[in-house]
Write a protein that binds this ligand. Structure first.
Ligand SMILES: [Zn+2]
Length: 299
């Protein structure tokens, strides 16, 4: 067996949305104009799929229902290539700004659109901007009721109650509707801080050598990495949006470096889908809640 074959397999994911749909540039007025902006998501996502194919790797694509309706062939093509098609909801509204009923409609609609396109169940969900928090914990029971088996929306900002769960490691929430796996993006614990090393703006901010060093330490500790990026992050030519200085900085920082760094990442680590690596292989399927020691957000 070659050394490459013995490398651990980690989870790589992409939140498939247009550059003009991000939370940093969100406004109700702009939401009404989405149909008027230039679409770049299909080109960028196909580029990502080509990069993955070059390395013989698969990934999870959390796709917006709004995007899937307009780019059905992209969704079908990703599924046909063996990638996991998962749900990013329909309209990219933060969970924190939705009512429970509106959230239910959003995740139900996205799941149905995606499943009708690929002809198989969609089991994973990621909220826009990781917006499932202690204030929106109710969203998890709705995800269970709507047939989702895992969520990947809770970033490093919360501490779990079970001592044996490690930061950045998968765990299960016990909701009133049953259990659901939580697959949090990776963080590296140092000096009492959870350093976000999972991707996105942090991957663009840190020099690649720093990201790689922290990810390699996590790997050597036996952690399964959970990484994420967006198609617009490899598109330095995207049209510029008006917004605050901070939003512009966060969104446009180092866009010209992301693709090169992603290629390095794919050379340095081995990746697969969340469904295959985290949920079904590692933990043997559907989550079940023990009556004792439920895991929940701290009150
Ligand atoms: Zn998003």
């Amino acid at each position: 067996m070659s050394l490459a074959a013995e490398r651990p397999i980690h989870c790589l994911s992409f939140d498939v949305e247009e550059h003009f749909q991000v939370s940093a540039f969100w406004s109700d007025e702009r939401r009404q104009q989405w149909g008027q902006y230039e679409s770049r998501v299909e080109r960028n996502t196909r580029l990502l799929a080509d990069l993955l194919a070059t390395h013989g790797m698969k990934a999870t694509f959390f796709i917006l229902g709004w995007v899937a309706e307009r780019h059905p062939d992209l969704v079908k093509s990703l599924a046909a290539q063996g990638h996991e098609v998962a749900s990013h909801g329909y309209g990219h509204e933060l969970v924190t700004t939705q009512s429970p009923e509106r959230f239910r409609q959003d995740v139900r609609m996205a799941k149905k659109i995606l499943e009708d396109l690929i002809g198989s169940p969609v089991v994973g969900y990621r909220a826009p901007s990781f917006s499932i928090t202690s204030e929106t914990e109710w969203a998890l029971s709705i995800l269970v009721e709507e047939g989702y088996q895992y969520d990947s929306s809770v970033y490093d900002r919360f501490h779990r109650t079970e001592k044996e769960t490690r930061p950045g490691e998968m765990f299960q929430f016990c909701t009133s509707a049953g259990a659901i796996w939580e697959v949090p993006p990776s963080t590296y614990k140092a000096l009492g801080f959870q350093i976000p090393v999972a991707g996105g703006g942090y991957f663009r901010l840190f020099p690649y050598a720093v990201s790689r060093a922290l990810l390699q330490r996590l790997e050597s500790q036996g952690s399964t990495l959970v990484m994420y990026l967006h198609p617009w992050e490899i598109d330095p030519q995207q049209p510029r949006m008006n917004g605050s200085w901070l939003s512009q900085f966060r969104h446009y920082l180092n866009l010209d470096k992301t693709q090169v760094r992603l290629k390095q990442l794919l050379a340095d680590f081995k990746f697969g889908t969340i469904r295959d690596i985290a949920v079904f292989q590692k933990e043997m399927g559907r989550a079940t809640c023990p009556a004792e020691s439920p895991v929940a957000f701290p009150s």
